[in-house]
Design a protein around this ligand. Structure first.
Ligand code: MN
Ligand code: MN
Length: 455
């Protein structure tokens, strides 16, 4: 890529040698940087699926021709009517808004060793040791008994306090950590948040816990039982950052999968004329299997088609529209890791800086748990990307039988639509600080937009 006919300054060859995105987009640095700035601002202020929905919804509301449908504040569909009748099918880009994190339990607060602590249950695939001894923030919503709700963000402003999980000192970690397998050395039940040590000196017992409860009540009007009706997420504190002397990378919490959600949103905003009715579907719960009423397995997509049909005054059956649709599943892939090349198969691993990664199939152990894009669909996608000179590459998550993973693609494929995975490759995927290349996130946006605009 691009094809031998269009490769710049290259002799005609029948070999396929991927071209760096930086090379292919030479001279477009202003656009890459402008996109990166906007995306970085989004990542810095959005750390949860709820915050993503309200941020994107607010930006989208400026476009009167874009229809927004929200599902319980945690999933969102953005629809733009196309020139062709709805019954002929849709163009869909789906991505997820949730990221791996720690959630507070229903009864989180306790006191131990005169330290007030909060109990958590992790969400999604995390390496537990990465969450120790680093600044953390609380984001979420508390619904009080009278039905009113309180939005919470603590730990992001410089003046805010933050939270943390303490780790054992190396001097005493011999038996408890170093001598154990990684999975036994760091236990989910020990991921407890340090949240205070100042006692209420007048209290009889649990003096620190009492002081914290009084403080939280005074500040937020919250009593202990309110935690039972709350969604509070513990996430890495602080903004997204440029990384490297050359600032070519963005380091942030939540590239997976807000890189794709953001690219899809920007693409549908900028693609003002689309041939097919276009839907950007932003879902929740992907990191735990897409279950639940806001996940990709819910009928929210069908509900979106019903609503669009009403609006466009068309009589349609959603499953038939979806059967005739074409989709891109926006999700990240793992980039070839310079420190752990042994987990990759070098020819088929995605590389940082080589553009949007098109993943024909995901899954593990013999492609299990994956919908696979057909040769015909891959051929169609490839021809669009080459024609528009968009940096792209193929990628497969790790060596055969090394591990694996899946995306929401297979849940949409159940309708019979064509779908393929496309998104930027990451280093440190699922870590509190993930790395993405600026050129790859920009290429992802270009690819989604080209897909939406293709006749
Ligand atoms: Mn993902
Ligand atoms: Mn993920």
């Amino acid at each position: 890529m691009p094809s031998h006919k269009t490769a710049p300054g290259k002799k005609t060859t029948h070999a396929y040698k991927p071209v760096s995105g930086w090379e292919l987009l030479e001279g477009k640095n202003d656009r890459i940087e402008a996109y990166a700035r906007d995306y970085t601002a989004f990542l810095s202020s959005v750390k949860t699926e709820r915050e993503a929905v309200s941020y994107i919804r607010q930006r989208a509301s400026k476009d009167k021709n874009l229809v927004c449908m929200e599902n319980r504040g945690r999933a969102l569909a953005l629809c733009r009517a196309g020139a062709r009748p709805l019954e002929e099918g849709l163009r869909i880009v789906v991505a997820h808004l949730d990221s791996p994190r720690l959630d507070l339990k229903a009864k989180p607060l306790y006191e131990d060793t005169e330290i007030a602590m909060l109990k958590t249950h992790y969400y999604g695939g995390i390496k537990k040791y990465q969450w120790l001894a680093r600044p953390l923030a609380l984001h979420g919503v508390v619904v009080k008994e009278d039905g009113t709700s309180v939005d919470i963000v603590i730990g992001e402003d410089e003046d805010d306090p933050c939270f943390t999980i303490e780790d054992l000192l190396p001097h005493l970690a011999g038996k408890a950590q170093y001598g154990k397998k990684l999975e036994d050395a760091f236990l989910g039940e020990k991921l407890n948040i340090v949240c205070g040590t100042r006692p209420d000196t007048k209290a009889k017992e649990e003096k620190v816990k009492k002081a914290i409860l009084d403080l939280v009540h005074k500040k937020y009007g919250i009593v202990e039982q309110d935690f039972t009706s709350a969604d509070i997420e513990v996430v890495p504190a602080g903004p997204a950052r440029e990384v490297g002397f050359d600032r070519s990378l963005i380091g942030a919490y939540g590239h997976d999968d807000r890189a794709c959600a953001w690219a899809a949103f920007r693409a549908v905003m900028d693609a003002t004329r689309v041939p097919w009715t276009t839907v950007v579907l932003l879902v929740d719960r992907e990191e735990t299997g897409s279950d639940g009423n806001t996940g990709a397995k819910s009928l929210f997509l069908e509900e979106t088609v019903w609503a669009m049909a009403d609006r466009l005054k068309r009589q349609v059956t959603p499953s038939r529209v979806l059967f005739r649709s074409r989709a891109v599943s926006g999700d990240v892939n793992g980039a070839l890791d310079p420190d752990y090349p042994e987990v990759h198969e070098k020819n088929n691993a995605a590389r940082l800086g080589y553009g949007v990664c098109i993943t024909k199939y995901t899954g593990s152990r013999g492609k299990a748990g994956s919908s696979e894009a057909s040769a015909e669909y891959m051929g169609w996608i490839r021809s669009i990307l080459n024609r528009k000179r968009i940096p792209w590459q193929t990628g497969e998550l790790g060596k055969v039988d090394e591990g694996g993973g899946g995306t929401v693609a297979k849940f949409l494929a159940e309708y019979g639509m064509d779908i393929v995975d496309a998104g930027p490759p990451l280093l440190s995927m699922h870590a509190p600080f993930e790395l993405a290349s600026k050129v790859d996130v920009y290429a992802t946006y270009l690819a989604y937009r080209a897909f939406m605009e293709e006749p």
